[in-house]
Design a protein around this ligand. Structure first.
Ligand SMILES: [Zn+2]
Length: 126
């Protein structure tokens, strides 16, 4: 992590700070080094800021359209379609558009945290 040269105070909702502290405990439980909450939050924000800036600057071919417990919809600007994916054989995602479990839409969907959570829950439920 980089050393901050100067800082500014910002207010965050306390429930959000609690969630962040919980994540920090899970992540650094087995490590001796101490990371300050501020430095940890700065790193989280930096990484999501980079993603948001990239979205603004470069046209994104694939976007999350909607996610529910049964289906995931991925907007594909290159092909001008919204691909419909659903869970098949437990936790595998199947793309109706490509008739495949291995297309770009499935790969992209698996990077979405809400989809990762659904897959995890489905694997546990087996
Ligand atoms: Zn597909």
């Amino acid at each position: 992590m980089s050393v901050e040269t100067s800082t500014r105070d910002v207010e965050l909702p306390s429930d959000l700070v609690s969630r962040i502290e919980k994540l920090m405990r899970a992540k650094y439980e087995k490590r001796p080094s101490k990371v300050s909450t501020g430095a940890f939050i700065a790193e989280l924000i930096r990484s999501s800021l980079e993603k948001e800036q990239a979205k603004e600057m470069y046209p994104q071919a694939l976007e999350e359209y909607s996610v529910d417990s049964q289906r995931v919809y991925i907007k594909d600007s290159q092909r001008d379609v919204v691909a419909e994916l659903y869970f098949k054989d437990g936790s595998d995602l199947y793309c109706n558009y490509d008739s495949s479990k291995n297309c770009v839409h499935v790969g992209f969907a698996m990077s979405i945290p809400a989809v990762q959570q659904l897959q995890y829950e489905r694997k546990k439920g087996n």
